[in-house]
Design a binder for this molecule. Structure first.
Ligand code: PHE
Length: 338
């Protein structure tokens, strides 16, 4: 067997090969397991061996190959766990932690915060009231005549409806105006307050309307308050919120609780959309009947009130074209308003 290789020697070499470093492991691989390694070379030599030797030689060489492969895998595994424990050992607990992802205020909250801020600077305080209202605060005190179709102007969610006597009705408030009544009944004039809050209307849900939304009510009652004061307040407010280039118009309107009444539109032009007028608020001079209902003498006190839709204003500022997006709480939407 002149040209049979010394398998025993190779086996000993493989077993005793020191695999104590990354380089040693790599050179072991090159020596025994690579395409140009010893075992590949030996396997290639089988053809040259005597025919009766080929079978056992093949078996022996395959066993050698397995031995080398398993030593290599073991050394690799040991190396990996070694690295892991070394990393753990250097883990520095005094390092600052990786930053947590932070959220941001909802676009409605951002708009509301700005509206509050503007009125704060104009000297308005903040008042609030309940979302579940009785008929008196939501309608009667606001000069909605009993059984008058004006009550249907706002599609009301009734919580309790008494067909005989509407004064027993309980409703989800359809606007923030009942807070005016609460404020005026609880305190003495003068009043200068805004009243932000959630309101409800039984409308079908579309891109433009939702069953709930937010309003900011405003009330200013004092001596000699005029329509000019109202106009000035509204224009100052809109100028701060929408910028000095603001284009607005004021149209006559109707509300049972104000006389005269008006609506304010702003010119809304965004991106590639054609410009259009958008109504942002209703307003007017507080109706004398409202003041009488809360025991304030309309011969002495006069005032104005306004109510604006926070959703509409938010949608125009952020170019949102579907109101439902504001209520889905889809993180892909919300992260666009850092
Ligand atoms: N409450 C009215 C509405 O919801 C808005 C408004 C408030 C109008 C105050 C005039 C004065 O449509």
């Amino acid at each position: 067997m002149a040209n049979t290789p010394d398998i025993e020697k190779v086996k000993k070499d493989i077993t005793s090969y020191p695999l104590d470093s990354d380089q040693a492991i790599e050179s072991f691989r090159l020596t025994y397991l690579s395409r140009k390694g010893i075992i590949t070379e030996l396997l290639a030599g089988i053809g040259k061996a005597a025919p009766e030797d080929r079978a056992w030689l093949g078996k022996e060489l395959n066993a050698l190959k397995k031995l080398a492969a398993s030593r290599f895998e073991e050394a690799k595994a040991a190396q990996a766990s070694d690295t892991a424990s070394r990393v753990a050992a250097t883990d520095d607990s005094t390092l600052p932690p990786p930053p947590l992802p932070t959220g941001s205020a909802h676009p409605l909250s951002q708009t509301l915060a700005e509206i509050k801020n503007i009125f704060y600077r104009l000297g308005f305080t903040i008042a609030d009231g309940p979302e579940l209202e009785d008929d008196f605060h939501n309608f009667t005190a606001l000069n909605f005549p009993p059984e008058h179709p004006a009550r249907d102007m706002q599609d009301t969610f009734f919580i309790r409806k008494d067909e005989q006597d509407s004064s027993h009705n309980l409703v989800l408030r359809t606007h923030t105006s009942p807070v005016q009544i609460r404020l005026m009944m609880n305190q003495k004039p003068p009043f200068r307050a805004i009243m932000p809050g959630r309101v409800y209307r039984n409308e079908s849900i579309t891109a433009k309307s939702y069953c709930l939304f937010h309003q900011v009510e405003g009330l200013y009652v004092d001596i000699n308050v005029s329509l000019a004061d109202l106009k000035h307040t509204l224009i100052t407010f809109a100028g701060h919120l929408f910028g000095k280039e603001l284009k607005y118009r004021i149209r006559p309107s109707f509300f049972p609780f104000t006389e005269p009444s008006l609506e304010m539109d702003i010119w809304w032009e965004t991106g590639n959309r054609p410009g259009q007028w958008m109504e942002i608020l209703g307003a007017g001079m507080v109706h004398p009947n409202v003041l009488k209902a809360v025991d304030i003498d309309p011969e002495i006190w006069t005032g104005f009130a306004f109510g604006m839709g926070v959703e509409r204003i938010t949608m125009s500022r952020y170019e949102i074209d579907d109101i439902r997006l504001l209520y889905d709480n889809d993180i892909r939407f919300l992260t666009q308003f850092p």
